[in-house]
Design a binder for this molecule. Sequence first.
Ligand code: PAF
Length: 279
Amino acid sequence: MKVVHSKSNLRAARALLPANTGFVPTMGALHAGHMALVEAAHAASDAVIVSIFVNPTQFGNPEDLAKYPDTLEADLAILKAAGVDLVFCPTAAQMYPDGADTIVETPKLAGMLMGALRPGHFRGVATVVTKLFNLVQPARAWFGQKDYQQVLVIQQMVRDLELPVEIVAHPTVREPDGLAMSSRNLRLGADDRAASVVLSQALGAAQTMASQGATPRQIVDAICAQISTEPRATLQSVDLRDATDLSELPDAPLTAPAVLLLAADFGPVLLIDNAVLTP
Ligand code: PAF
């Protein structure tokens, strides 16, 4: 496995790999969710490139950026064992040299839900992912569906900018008790970790209600009540939206897939989860 830190070394190493190269962009702190993306990329590609870059422009709060775990040596060992061909670990100065000014923005999607809570976040994601696609030139790139809105932002920008890459959304990988895998889970204390299962349980209950013909209002109210029974959870948001563009739904039984998006704090850790509900 080759590890490169500069854009010029990346371009040189990329040129030696086949056209059908798959790409998994990450911010490191790798867990089984990332490795499922790498495995899926392997199965569909002739070579796999992974990037590890904690992108400063998607963090609104410098403290969150500073707190982001740095586990580079362990990450590289896991990627090597998984048979990855090339890892790109640039510095912030490589990705954003002095004078860099261009941004990529999907204002409609980026201005709602998590984007409204974290202004500028999806602009940072769209900009860095565009740059990474231009550098890596993958045939396909894999993203986890746990970050549902992020996947839609990336699909939108790929469509709008005619980027020659296929986006593959991979189902959320879960712990045996249902908690969605995330690098944030490591920061949960034991009690909060135990309490966090309420999120995946709520998603299951919501699917049952959707199948029984409940309306969006009824589903959202019931899920808020269910999560509020867990004293360690501080609910931030519960939204049920159209699964394709996150638009608001009429208050009538579902006739098409809808996505239920949850965000709740457990102690100092904000967890998000989602599920696509079918009528
Ligand atoms: O999902 C992530 O880890 C990041 O948002 C991404 C896509 C690597 C961009 O920095």
